[in-house]
Design a protein around this ligand. Structure first.
Ligand code: NAD
Length: 489
């Protein structure tokens, strides 16, 4: 079955973006079994294939068959293909954004932002592909030489979440292909259409058959366990929740597979009395509301110093209350639906239990009746520091504000979590901002900014937010294995 999603839904003629089914060895295989719903309406957009274990092993065969040629393809040629893929994504940016908005629900401006961000990983790694460096040293004794080469690590399994269906895929495919690896991409079952659209553009860009394979499945554990059990597979790169990450790490341990893990977050957003209030509010809106709060870097806990607390809450309440909520694809909408009705229930449960513990709602605090998984932008203060909502990843449009007095109190509260992905600090005193940032247990800190994601920067977390980094100059190292030659010279 060929389904032109965009022609169906939005009158777009998008021959490059047809979704058919599994993509194995450069061939499309149609199938049924997974219904892809529009979270804005509850309507089904498409039905796509549901990969079996046999399909998964055929994808490993295809990746293995393509591996030798791809790793020996000149880096310049791999770079040109990635560069072309970037250009094709840019040419089809609006169609891709509409597709993302339809299957994920996010507001079109967010979807456009994602496409631009996602495409940049192909451009960045096109540039990095030709700069894979080695090393040459003398042994300290002076008797011998050390030569270090970087080889592609081998076949990689890439598992991505639904919240950034394009960017989480390109952030892995870009460095993997630049390094010379072949891959099997398993997108989230909620958002496979974007992955298929990317694969089509990749084939058009000249990615050889078998270098990128895509499997949609409703049984992720069965499929990924089978792939990880295959001795030809050497790499797992996962983005998703910490809970699933732990399970995958245990599975990968059976064959001691190299793992890169981008997991959950619980970002603190710290505002000192001396912060520029407007700038802090602008940043708060981006850090909280990009993707309607469904982001691993989303500000989850706002710690605001006493002297500025009430003004901050009033400003945030006003801005959150003015946001336009609705179907992501509609013009003017700023906040789309949550991915599922279960996500709405989870968020509302956290909010209501916080209220029962004394939290005060300033705006929002409820879902919208009718079709679509909508939750109103919400601001709460007076939230107890030990409330469940302070520990959990909210993953929705809910801002909880906590009052603090001293710098050390803010740091202690910010670090009181198993997560360590992102943090935000607002202060006009740069020395203070740096002093505090250094003490935050976090892989990334944004200072007087509400957004840190950048293809040129190392993205990743500490503690239970992950292992390894994506993007930047280090992202490609996750797909390379150093090989040391001990020279007798
Ligand atoms: P999830 O962990 O439920 O799913 C992620 C992926 O894993 C999906 O493809 C899913 O099908 C697959 N999966 C689920 N169970 C599996 C299993 N038992 N075995 C193998 N694969 C399995 O996460 P989600 O709900 O799709 O995404 C939201 C989570 O992702 C949040 O926790 C968010 O913080 C995190 N995230 C992290 C980053 C980052 O860079 N650190 C970026 C985006 C999202």
């Amino acid at each position: 079955m060929t389904t032109d999603i965009l022609a169906l839904e939005s009158g777009y003629d998008t021959p490059a973006l047809h979704a058919e089914g599994l993509f194995i060895g450069g061939r499309w295989e149609s199938g049924t079994g997974i219904l892809v719903d529009n979270p804005s309406t509850g309507e089904t957009l498409a039905e796509v294939a549901d990969a079996s274990v046999d399909d998964a092993l055929r994808a490993v065969d295809a990746a293995a068959a393509a591996a030798t040629e791809w790793r020996s393809t000149p880096a310049r040629q791999r770079a040109e293909i990635l560069r072309r893929w970037f250009e094709l994504m840019s040419e089809h940016a609006e169609e891709l954004a509409r597709l993302i908005s339809l299957e994920n629900g996010k507001a079109l401006p967010d979807a456009r932002g994602e496409v631009a961000y996602a495409a940049e990983f192909f451009r960045w790694y096109a540039e990095e592909a030709v700069r894979i460096a080695g090393e040459f040293r003398h042994t300290p004794s002076g008797a011998h030489r050390i030569l270090v080469d970087h080889e592609p690590i081998g076949i990689a399994l890439l598992i991505t979440p639904w919240n950034f269906p394009a960017a989480m895929a390109t952030r892995k495919i870009g460095p993997a292909l630049a390094a010379g690896c072949t891959v099997i991409l398993k997108p989230a079952a909620e958002t496979p259409l974007t992955a298929f659209a990317l694969a089509r553009l990749g084939a058009e860009a000249g990615v050889p058959p078998g270098v990128v394979n895509v499997l949609s499945t409703s049984r992720p554990a069965d499929i990924t366990n089978a792939i990880l059990a295959d001795p030809r597979v050497r790499k797992l790169s996962f983005t998703g929740s910490t809970a699933v990450g732990r399970r995958l790490l245990a599975e990968a341990a059976k064959r001691v597979i190299s793992c890169s893990m981008e997991l959950g977050g619980n970002a603190p957003f710290i505002v000192f009395d001396d912060a520029d209030l407007d700038n802090a509010l602008d940043g708060a809106m981006i850090a909280k509301m990009r993707n309607a709060g469904e982001a691993c870097t989303a500000a989850n806990r706002f710690y605001v110093q006493s002297g500025i607390h009430d003004e901050f809450v009033a400003g945030l309440t006003q801005r959150m209350g003015e946001l336009k909520v609705g179907p992501g694809i509609e013009t003017g909408v700023q906040v789309g639906p949550m991915i599922t009705s279960a996500a709405v229930q989870k968020i509302d449960g956290l909010v209501q239990r916080a209220v029962a513990q004394g939290a005060r709602i300033h705006t929002g605090g409820q879902s919208l009746p009718g079709a679509g998984n909508f939750y109103l932008p919400t601001v709460m203060d007076n939230v107890p520091l030990d409330a469940e909502i302070a520990k959990a990843e909210i993953f929705g449009p809910v801002a909880c504000v906590y009052r603090f007095e001293s710098e050390q109190d803010a740091i202690a509260a910010a670090n009181d979590t198993e997560y360590g992905l992102a943090a935000y600090v607002y202060s006009e005193d740069l020395a203070r901002a740096m002093r505090v940032s250094k003490q935050l247990e976090s892989g990334m800190v944004a200072i007087n900014r509400g957004l840190m994601s950048d293809p040129a920067a190392p993205f990743g977390g500490v503690k239970q937010s992950g292992i390894g980094r994506e993007g930047g100059v280090t992202g490609i190292l996750e797909f390379l294995e150093p090989k040391y030659y001990a020279l007798s010279l």
